[in-house]
Design a protein around this ligand. Structure first.
Ligand code: NAP
Length: 333
């Protein structure tokens, strides 16, 4: 390979934030022991925050963002990974503390990588990315009610932020698992899209605004919450006895103002999801399950493939809630 390659570089010299598509050098990749030629990356909410102004997440500049990537191993100092192995990276603070996936090459710690399952490919892997991986983690947290915890069968599951990256894939996975999926959205024009993913019932976001009672009618066996804030407060009061809320996001706020009642009267479980730090064992399990639970033709139909230039044009729309579906990033486009 030539030592030079293309990357998005963000910088913050003298408090002036910049983002540029630049040529950088292989010697700029200082971390890790596996060099990967990137096939695809993707756009997540966190990527959009970082591309906007560093999002108070990136602390060292200049920096290459991109929290996910998939690609082929070029050089490896770890015998577990050989040249030409296809690999997936999501999270582990890559794109936050270590140079990330918005580049043609990345070098990372081999402990952060998993091999792309044979039934997947590197493009499909990024059609899911952190969003899909998180959705799978949330769905299995809910399934734990009937499996791991040997509780009642799950029937009614609520998904908030349902037209978003995590939400959309959660709807698809949960309906494939056989559950009745109820979705919350603020987008009135996306009913057909949500139905096509498997949503049975569509609820306006406004229904989850305002004060909630200590306990409301128990309605949900499981909840995938990508929104947090006041909506989560209300939702916790509506969970059935021994139901599980997989809380993964804060698109609507970070504060929850709840009471102990849902937990001590109904045994509600609030299950926090951190996809970035998930163990390799869990990653391998979930990425393999993806091949059984995801309809990739469907995801392809709402996935846009972006060049670096198009990514820079698109991320502000995600922050304004004007983008829906999935965006994969092709560094070679
Ligand atoms: N814990 C983890 O490991 C993890 C991993 C990935 C993502 N996340 C977090 O999960 C959340 C969703 O991520 P994403 O990638 O799916 O983002 P996204 O694609 O931007 O989707 C977020 C969705 O939330 C809804 N929403 C937006 N603003 C809202 C508001 N003010 N009040 C209520 N709902 C609002 C919208 O859906 P509707 O219009 O359909 O309501 C939007 O599509 C983010 O907070 C992200 O940081 C966490």
């Amino acid at each position: 390979m030539s030592d030079k390659f293309k990357a998005i570089v963000i910088d913050n010299q003298n408090e002036k934030f910049t983002r540029e598509i630049k040529e950088i050098n292989k010697t700029d990749l200082k971390d890790g022991n596996v060099l990967v030629k990137i096939d695809y990356s993707d756009l997540n909410y966190k990527d959009a925050l970082i591309l906007n102004n560093g999002g108070k997440i990136v602390r060292k500049f200049p920096f290459v963002p991109g929290i996910d990537f998939s690609g082929k191993v070029i050089e490896s100092e770890d015998s577990q990974f050989k040249k030409d192995d296809n690999v997936i990276l999501t999270g582990f603070r890559v794109g936050e503390a270590y140079f990330g996936g918005f580049a043609q090459y990345a070098k990372v710690d081999s402990n952060f990588l998993i091999k792309t399952p044979k039934e997947l490919d590197n493009k499909k892997a990024m059609m899911l990315g952190t969003a899909g991986f998180t959705a799978l983690q949330c769905a299995f947290a809910i399934k734990a009610r009937e499996e791991l915890l040997l509780g009642e069968k799950v029937k009614d599951v609520l998904v908030t932020g349902s037209t978003g990256g995590v939400g959309s894939i959660a709807v698809m996975v949960l309906s494939k698992m056989g559950y009745d999926v109820h979705v919350v959205t603020g987008k009135k024009d996306k009913n057909d899209y949500l139905k096509s993913l498997g949503a049975k019932n569509i609820i306006d976001r406004k229904e989850f605004e305002g004060e909630s009672k200590l306990l409301e009618k128990g309605t949900w066996d499981g909840v995938v919450d990508t929104v947090g804030g006041a909506a989560l407060t209300k939702i916790l009061a509506q969970v059935k006895p021994n139901g599980i809320v997989a809380a993964c996001g804060n698109a609507g706020g970070i504060k929850i103002n709840t009471t102990v009642m849902p937990f001590i009267i109904r045994g509600v479980k609030l299950w926090g999801i951190d996809s970035s730090g998930a163990s390799i064992k869990r990653r391998e399990f979930l990425w393999n399950e993806a091949t059984k639970l995801i309809d990739f033709n469907k995801i392809q139909s709402f996935t846009k493939e972006l060049s670096f230039n198009e990514l820079i044009e698109t991320f502000p729309k995600l922050l304004k809630g004007e983008f829906f579906g999935r965006a994969i990033v092709n560094p070679n486009k």
